[in-house]
Design a protein around this ligand. Structure first.
Ligand code: PRX
Length: 650
């Protein structure tokens, strides 16, 4: 596969339909059925959602009102009461699902464990008792910084069970990032592990937590899972081993019913300013959104072994490793480690050995698989697969076609799912048997979702022209606010247009069939390997280094990662621009944010291009970073010589 093919964004004109066999067994089997349900969902949304909520979830008390919408604040299933963990676990007990696998786990070193629904319920009840014995109550915040082991899911579900609010912090984030998040939400408990396995090495999770906790007075307790058997320091009175506290905990725990709007979790995500935003999701609406999309987008059946490769530290791991999948009573597979450990066929070997039926991953991973070569998937029998999914960034048609042919054997539909941390659940995606797929397009909206493409004045743009993607109606799994910051919530998402219109931050085009083609972020947020990184976060990390005067971070197209991170740095007077300093700055950003934000490229500059009003002209830097000539308008540029010298560099 040449790199030319990988980066090709040639439009693929063909449409792909599911086979007759797939259609015959599908939860929604025809475009007619999709259109009927979609019309119901937008013509009479409250009736539609009431019906779905009653069918798909277990309520202890019925709601009085389906939706209360005082834009931009929504409440769904007002007055209804439920327990999210009971919906994911208890309601499967006493049925045929009780003794089937809820979680199949494979650790990177090769260890394997299966937890049936009954066993998972048992563990979650025990851990819920542990949480309560540590003094945790409804509304308290719990930070989870763990490897991809079943205990991460157990911790999340136990929080949900007692009404505590979890905030999962991706294991690749640094101590500084842990500290900021814990302080922002004032977590009183941190759940972590001694370490986790990644490419044969131990990631020292507990040591990172220890460094963070020097500056987090809210934390009273730390629970530590023993995973890697590495030496850690346990602080007397504060730190407890998971196995010790679990040893004496009862497996009986009564799930209380909570109000539908009870906060379920906070998940921090990058925005266009320096400080990550704490996206808040609540219970009833979020669970309904993730459950119904799992059922129809993934065509999920209880007989499926479903594998989403996302870490639980991201929204995808919340919605489609844990909540949506378990609520449907299917089997979810969790894998701890890297896709190329010990060999680049690890994923295909997992699919083969566990007979995975549905596989959901990111385009950046697919492009890496393409590079590693077709002989790796060819070594394994992947005939168990029946459906593939993609998420995190636009998938280029070449990668789509490779995924379809080489991984799906030409027989599996692909669901290219567009959504965000903020939307909680999938918003635009094919329903695999009902909506013909066009490689590179997320196709059509899910039930109840009314997306539009607007110009700057809030008018819909004509077919095939670019604009801003907005969502014009509230939906059940929408974020409710940003933790502790309603004003930022309003400004960030609801101020671009008036009248309760949600602005996604994405650019988009709609084609002649009404299909949506997402082109990526239009704000100062980068998408590196399917993960959001705010340029302002990287810049503020850089200027916190003693040698840096000013910094600008931009994205450059990258054939594997989607975007690579390039930073332009001006140094303080007297500091010399050396290669060692470049390395030190890359390491500094990784330390401040996490290794996922480590710049690919550091470029020193005598000055940064600015407008006359002093704003850094990122557009020019992007063009320079991409290696092209500076085109476009430079009339507002203050000093032309700056651009000329930047282009000469490197
Ligand atoms: O730009 C879009 C891109 O990822 C952003 C959301 O990032 P995050 O909140 O981290 O959630 C990622 C997983 C849901 C979006 O604003 N994005 C996500 N999925 C797609 C996508 N862009 C194009 N096509 C997709 N399928």
């Amino acid at each position: 596969m040449s790199s030319e093919n990988i980066t090709s964004v040639a439009r693929e004109g063909r449409k792909f339909n599911a086979s007759r066999d797939f259609q015959a067994q599908a939860n929604i089997g025809s475009i007619g059925a999709y259109r009927r349900l979609y019309s119901e969902s937008v013509n009479n949304p409250e009736k539609f959602w009431a019906k779905q909520a009653a069918e798909l979830l277990l309520w202890r008390k019925k709601w009085r009102k389906v939706l209360q919408w005082k834009a931009p604040f929504a409440k769904w299933f007002v007055g209804g009461r439920l327990n999210v963990a009971e919906n994911c676990l208890d309601r499967h007990l006493g049925t045929a699902r009780e003794n089937k696998a809820a979680i199949i786990f494979e650790g990177e070193p090769g260890d394997q464990r299966t937890l049936t629904y009954k066993q998972l319920h048992h563990e979650v009840c025990k851990f819920a008792n542990v949480l309560e014995s540590l003094g945790l109550k409804q509304g308290d915040r719990v930070a989870i910084y763990m490897p991809m082991t079943p205990e991460a899911a157990i911790a999340m579900l136990a929080c949900a069970r007692i009404g505590a609010i979890h905030t999962v912090i991706f294991g690749g984030f640094s101590s500084e990032a842990i500290k900021d998040r814990v302080n922002d939400c004032q977590a009183s408990l941190v759940i972590t592990a001694d370490g986790g396995w990644r490419r044969g090495k131990v990631v020292d999770l507990k040591a990172n937590v220890d460094r963070a906790l020097d500056g987090t007075p809210s934390v009273k307790h730390v629970v530590v899972l023993q995973r890697t058997n590495t030496h850690v320091t346990m602080k007397e009175g504060r730190d407890h081993w998971w196995h010790d506290v679990m040893a004496t905990a009862s497996h009986r725990h009564e799930a209380k019913a909570f109000d539908s709007e009870t906060p379920l979790f906070i998940l921090y995500t990058s925005g266009s300013t320096g400080k990550p935003k704490g996206v808040l999701h609540t219970s009833g609406g979020y669970l309904l959104g993730t459950t119904i999309t799992s059922k129809y987008v993934f065509d999920l059946k209880e007989s499926d072994t479903y594998w989403c490769t996302a870490d639980v530290g991201w929204i995808t791991g919340h919605s489609y490793v844990v909540y949506g999948i378990l609520a449907n009573g299917a089997t979810t597979l969790m894998y701890e480690g890297a896709p190329n450990h010990p060999e680049p066929d690890r994923f295909w070997s997992i699919i083969d050995r566990h007979k995975v039926t549905i596989f959901y991953t990111a385009p950046t991973a697919i492009r890496a698989f393409m590079r590693w070569g077709d002989h790796y998937p060819a070594k394994h029998d992947m005939s168990s697969l029946r459906l593939l999914g993609s998420v995190g960034e636009p998938i280029n048609p070449e990668a789509w076609k490779w995924y379809h042919k080489v991984i799906g054997g030409g027989r599996c539909p692909i669901v290219d799912t567009w959504w965000q941390t903020e939307t909680g659940a999938i918003m635009i995606s094919p329903l695999p048997a009902a909506i013909p797929q066009k490689p590179g397009s997320a196709t059509l909206p899910f039930f109840g979702v009314v997306p539009k493409v607007f110009d700057d004045q809030g008018r819909e743009v004509p077919k095939n022209s670019g604009g801003k993607l907005v969502i014009t109606r509230p939906w059940p799994s929408m974020l409710r606010t940003l933790w502790g910051d309603d004003e930022r919530f309003k400004r960030q998402y609801w101020s671009e247009y008036e009248g309760g219109i949600y602005f996604t931050g994405d650019g988009c085009r709609r084609d002649e069939d009404g299909y949506f083609w997402i082109v990526g972020r239009i704000d100062d947020v980068l998408n590196v390997s399917g993960h959001r990184i705010g340029t302002a976060e990287v810049e503020s990390a850089l200027v916190s280094h003693p040698t840096v005067a000013e910094a600008a971070a931009v994205g450059r197209p990258d054939e594997l990662k989607g975007q690579a991170l390039v930073v332009f740095v001006t140094l303080k007077n007297g500091v010399s621009a050396t290669d060692e300093l470049k390395e030190a700055l890359r390491a500094h950003v990784a330390k401040e944010i996490g290794s996922l934000a480590r710049p690919d490229n550091v470029r020193f500059a005598a000055a940064l291009p600015k407008t006359r009003s002093g704003k850094i002209m990122r557009r020019l830097l992007k063009e320079i970073a991409a290696g092209g000539a500076v085109k476009g308008d430079t009339t507002t540029l203050e000093d032309f010589s700056v651009v000329a010298s930047l282009q000469k560099e490197e």
